[in-house]
Design a protein around this ligand. Structure first.
Ligand SMILES: CC(C)(COP(=O)(O)OP(=O)(O)OC[C@H]1O[C@@H](n2cnc3c(N)ncnc32)[C@H](O)[C@@H]1OP(=O)(O)O)[C@@H](O)C(=O)NCCC(=O)NCCS
Length: 177
């Protein structure tokens, strides 16, 4: 199991999620998608059963080959990241990276530390050549995070996201290895 320590702020460790993390994963996802403008669904559409959400995330990791990371401060799970390779013609060299940080832990470098570890392992052991991050047009925090980690705005999908009855554009931020 790899662990990476956040360089700044609280001492945060990023590691691969394990079977015993189902509850923690689900709770971080439920909390992390609170006030998340880029989330692909409304928060109240999420299954409130944290264990079931966590099991779904782990199943994706096992069956579809996602890299699933959990970030902890002490014994508290504070963030998660998923790197999902996309099935392209004869290749899985492009992956989508998605992450969320529990609201009370934001703005302290945890998103950055989690993203750096997701990139390190995505470009390394998953042999991904290009990472994509989908960011809603009104999501300043995710845009700043992406731009600060070498992603560039590559394209926009107009009106691709509808949450809370509002239609938004989605920017694709990309970073090559
Ligand atoms: C996006 C998110 C992961 C950032 O996590 P975080 O722990 O706050 O990130 P960091 O503390 O490492 O900050 C990263 C950068 O974003 C900036 N930032 C953080 N919150 C911000 C905000 N609300 N508005 C503008 N910039 C913000 C920080 O200043 C920092 O920039 P800097 O390095 O130039 O100073 C977090 O806001 C989140 O979980 N959002 C909800 C889930 C989501 O939308 N995920 C994105 C979909 S992939």
């Amino acid at each position: 199991m790899t662990r990476a320590r956040a360089s700044l702020g609280p001492v945060a460790w990023v590691r691969s999620a394990q079977a015993e993390d189902v509850g923690a994963l689900g709770r971080v996802m439920l909390r992390g998608f609170t006030d998340a403008p880029s989330a692909p669904y409304d928060h109240d559409e999420l299954d409130e059963d944290a264990e079931r959400l966590g099991r779904d995330l782990l199943r994706g990791a096992r069956i579809d080959g996602h890299l699933l990371l959990l970030t902890e401060v002490g014994a508290t799970a504070v963030a998660l990241a998923r790197v999902s390779p996309r099935d392209l013609v004869c290749s899985r060299h492009v992956a989508q990276v998605a992450l969320c940080v529990a609201p009370e832990w934001r703005g302290r470098g945890i998103g950055g530390a989690t993203l750096r570890e997701a990139q390190r392992r995505g470009f390394g052991e998953l042999r991904i050549e290009r990472l994509e991050m989908r960011v809603a047009s009104d999501d300043a925090a995710s845009a700043r995070l992406a731009e600060g980690h070498g992603y560039r705005r590559e394209r926009v999908e107009r009106g691709a996201l509808m949450t809370g009855g509002t239609v938004k554009d989605i920017w694709f931020y990309v970073r090559d290895r």
